[in-house]
Design a protein around this ligand. Structure first.
Ligand SMILES: [Zn+2]
Length: 319
């Protein structure tokens, strides 16, 4: 049984690769920007380079890897290793055989699953979810993803379970990136929040958000930009984050009323960056919507941090 495995978190802006040892400890890592052109072949090549570099930093030859797991955005078919509709990746609409192409490039077995599901799997096995038999993972980032753990297993439904970001928190409400109206993600997703901030800014509302973005050489309102704006008490940032927290409270409480799980684990780019104080604010925002309000769930930030998605992906080779 090979001792080392690789895990990759394929994100819209960065590719994070780790190599883990037998006890799941991270022994090597590498982070590369996600290519913005060149389509799936360019992304596959960049993933292969990141894995090779992570292995190199661990002093492990790629041939020694027992496998590489990848958490991917888009519509992921675990069994066929195909990825389609990855709209945050360059020219990636049609199905592409990512597992097969990457296995060719690395000459080792590759398994692929949904990015949020593998991150939640990581929290289940190694992170904040370890003490619980049931919990809900809420990944607060560019979008709002989720994972449901019941009896220590991910509940996948027919393959699309856990899409808490598209629970309706306001009928006929704000337009969601998915095209529907009133979804949680329309209020709390970083993408939707940025769109709203730009609209308000264009209409003359004052904010330091875009100034902070430029100062950091960014083209997007990253989690770091939001955190910096909150630090300096930027009014628009505070209002939009407050709106996001209120929507998360309503959406997560509704999910609790349905599932009655023991805990809620908050992860994702924004969730991880804003951390504990915001987990507490979400808990407060949930309270008025909880049907059984004297037994709220345990509320926890994800424990594996920035590397959580990649570490979770390495668990795809846990057999
Ligand atoms: Zn939606």
């Amino acid at each position: 049984m090979p001792t080392f495995r690789a895990g990759v978190d394929l994100g819209a802006t960065k590719i994070q690769a780790v190599v883990v040892g037998p006890d799941h400890a991270v022994v090597g890592q590498a982070r590369h920007p996600t290519p913005t052109e060149g389509g799936p072949p360019a992304v596959t090549a960049a993933i292969a380079r990141a894995v090779e570099e992570a292995a190199g930093s661990a002093g492990v030859a790629v041939e020694e890897l027992g496998g590489a797991g990848v958490g991917s955005p888009g519509a992921v078919d675990h069994d066929s290793g195909m990825v389609a509709h990855a709209r945050n990746l360059p020219d990636w609409e049609e199905p592409f055989p990512l597992a097969a192409a990457l296995a060719d490039a690395l000459d080792c077995p590759v398994r692929i699953d949904n990015d949020v599901q593998v991150a939640v799997l990581g929290e289940l096995e190694l992170g904040a979810g370890r003490p619980y038999s049931s919990f809900l993972g809420v990944w607060w980032g560019t979008g709002v993803g989720g994972g449901i753990v019941l009896d220590r297993k991910l509940w996948l439904g027919r393959g699309a379970a856990g899409e808490i970001g598209h629970m309706v928190v306001k009928r006929g409400g704000a337009r969601c990136p998915c095209g529907r109206r009133g979804c949680l993600e329309a209020y709390a997703g970083r993408g939707a929040m940025e769109r709203r901030a730009r609209e308000l800014h264009d209409r003359g509302h004052k904010t330091d958000l875009f100034h902070l973005m430029e100062k950091r050489g960014r083209e997007r309102l990253t989690s770091g930009v939001w955190a910096a704006a909150l630090d300096r008490e930027d009014r628009m940032a505070e209002d939009l984050i407050h709106r996001a927290v209120a929507a998360l409270g309503a959406g997560i409480a509704s999910a609790m009323n349905l599932l009655d799980v023991e805990a809620v684990v908050i992860g994702g780019g924004l969730g991880t960056r804003l951390g504990e104080p915001y987990v507490e604010r979400i808990a407060k925002a949930m309270q008025p919507h909880l049907f059984v309000d004297d037994r709220p769930p345990a509320m926890l930030p994800a424990a594996l941090g920035d590397l959580g998605g990649a570490i979770g992906a390495s668990l795809l080779f846990e057999v």
